[in-house]
Each structure stands twice: as structure tokens, then as C-alpha cells.
Design a protein around this ligand. Structure first.
Ligand SMILES: NC(=O)c1ccc[n+]([C@@H]2O[C@H](COP(=O)([O-])OP(=O)(O)OC[C@H]3O[C@@H](n4cnc5c(N)ncnc54)[C@H](OP(=O)(O)O)[C@@H]3O)[C@@H](O)[C@H]2O)c1
Length: 242
């Protein structure tokens, strides 16, 4: 896909991974619609990119607002990238219903609502692409992460099933990135703690590396439906590593 003057929606655009995707797409000349929760972070990102993109502060836990936004959508899009998510890593007895609902609403239901309206209203261009950032936790069961795993297993099922649903017509296309640990603020550990962890031997991707890799995948017209990118060997025998 040549990205020059193409319209790309990024949800979770201000995150460690989302902001790298936004910077890379901006460099390629795409017109961006940047969505995340925090207005200040969105403004900072847009300022960094020369204030030329659309921004929307939208709390993805509020499904009424997300549905309203999705229904108000009127531009034809070439690319949609879902980089939104929260990482609640807790034992089952500690997980609240709000944490459960927020995890699913941010990481999956919002994407469903937005993609559904885009498809229903045929607001996708020829060769349009929907990319979801999944996780090793969407494939590997993990103690202490049942909520996060449940949401990523579900996202994987959703994304790969949509790829099947549109395989015959060939447009739009879907791509799932099954990603391993990346050096961002995501989840309960701080960036500093992750850097220390790295010094002790744990492998992480940098968000810049992930941004570049995603660009390579998005631009490749012969891309696969799923890419598994792990910074180290996530053996199934060692279920807590990712
Ligand atoms: N980092 C990893 O190790 C890793 C590994 C595998 C997969 N992933 C997946 O990659 C994706 C991006 O992760 P990341 O590392 O970039 O995380 P991050 O830096 O924490 O970014 C998360 C993004 O989600 C947005 N978000 C969170 N709650 C929201 C809400 N209520 N409404 C709207 N937006 C909300 C944040 O917006 P604000 O900035 O406005 O809060 C931010 O843009 C996630 O789906 C994650 O599961 C991450």
C-alpha cells in the first residue's frame, strides 16, 4: 500500500506503539485521524507532526460515545490501526467487573463498533486494511493474566474471523499482529522497571522497531493475515514470559 494522501485512523494513537505508528504514517504522507483518551497527549502528538491531522479525545470505555462517534464517521478510510488497550494483570479474585468491562471495551468492543459502521456504510477504499495489535497473550494462556488473555484471545478470534469473512471479496483486508513484550508504559510495570528487567536479560522490542515493522507489513501488498513477533522465544513451557 502506498500511503501518500491515504486516510488512516489510529485508535490508541498516543500510546508507546500508537505514537510510533502515527509518526511513521505521517512520514509516508498519510492523513491521520488520531484517537485516544487524553486530549493533551493528542495535542502534543499532533503538534509534533505539524498540526496537520485530525484528533479526537474519546473515552473508549464509554460505548455510547464510541457508537455515536462511529455513526458520525463520514470519511472513506484506507487504513485502520487498533493500538488501544489496558493491561490489568491480576489473579481472578482481585479483578473487578469495571476492570473486566474496561479491558474489553477499550481493546475489543470499540474496535468492533468502529469497524462495523465503516463496513456497514461502505466507508472503506479499494484495498483498505484493518490492523489489530494482538498479543502473545492472545495465544498463550498465562497465570495471573486471565482478563488480559481473555481479551486478546477474543481480539484474535474477531480479527482472524473477519479476515475469513472478507477473503472471497478481497476488500477490505485484515491483519493481526501477535506481538510480544515492547518497551512502553503498558501494564502494571513502569518503563524504568522494564528497562531494569531488560538489563537482567528479559527481551523487549523498542516501540520504534515495532513502528517500523508495522510500516513494512502495511506497505506489503502480499502481507499475511497474522504476524507473530516475539522478542525472544516464548516457549509454551514457560507460560509467564511474554
Ligand atoms: N507493550 C507491550 O508489551 C505490548 C505487547 C503486546 C501487545 N501490546 C498491545 O499493543 C497495544 C498498544 O500498547 P502500548 O504498549 O502502546 O500501550 P500504551 O503505551 O499504554 O498505550 C495505550 C493506548 O491506549 C489508549 N487508551 C487506554 N485507555 C483508553 C481509553 N479509556 N480510551 C481511549 N484510549 C485509551 C491510551 O490513550 P491515552 O494515552 O490517552 O491514555 C494509549 O493511546 C495494546 O493493545 C497492547 O495490548 C502491547
Amino acid at each position: 500500500m502506498n500511503l501518500k494522501n491515504k486516510t488512516a485512523v489510529i485508535i490508541g494513537a498516543t500510546g508507546g506503539i500508537g505514537s510510533e505508528v502515527a509518526k511513521s504514517l505521517d512520514k509516508e504522507g498519510a492523513d491521520l485521524i488520531l484517537i485516544s483518551k487524553t486530549l493533551d497527549k493528542l495535542s502534543n502528538l499532533n503538534n509534533l507532526l505539524g498540526k496537520k491531522h485530525e484528533t479526537h479525545a474519546l473515552d473508549l470505555t464509554n460505548q455510547k460515545k464510541v457508537e455515536e462517534y462511529a455513526k458520525s464517521f463520514s470519511k472513506k478510510i484506507d487504513l485502520f490501526v487498533n493500538c488501544a488497550g489496558i493491561g490489568v494483570y491480576k489473579q481472578i479474585e482481585e479483578i473487578s467487573l469495571d476492570e473486566w468491562n474496561d479491558t474489553f471495551n477499550i481493546g475489543l468492543t470499540s474496535t468492533f463498533l468502529i469497524i462495523r459502521e465503516i463496513i456497514k456504510n461502505k466507508l472503506y477504499a479499494e484495498n483498505a486494511l484493518f490492523v489489530n495489535i494482538g498479543s502473545g497473550m492472545g495465544v498463550i494462556p498465562s497465570a495471573g493474566r486471565s482478563l488480559y488473555c481473555a481479551s486478546k484471545f477474543a481480539l484474535r478470534g474477531f480479527a482472524l474471523s473477519l479476515a475469513e469473512e472478507f477473503k472471497r471479496v478481497g476488500n477490505p483486508k485484515f491483519c493481526l499482529i501477535t506481538l510480544g513484550s515492547t518497551l512502553t508504559e503498558f501494564g502494571p510495570m513502569t518503563l524504568e522497571e522494564k528497562k531494569k528487567d531488560m538489563e537482567s536479560g528479559k527481551a523487549y522490542f523498542t516501540p520504534e522497531w515495532v513502528g517500523n515493522k508495522l510500516m513494512e507489513i502495511i506497505k506489503d501488498d502480499n502481507r499475511e493475515v497474522e504476524y507473530v513477533l516475539y522478542p525472544s522465544d516464548y516457549g509454551f513451557g514457560d507460560r509467564n514470559t511474554p
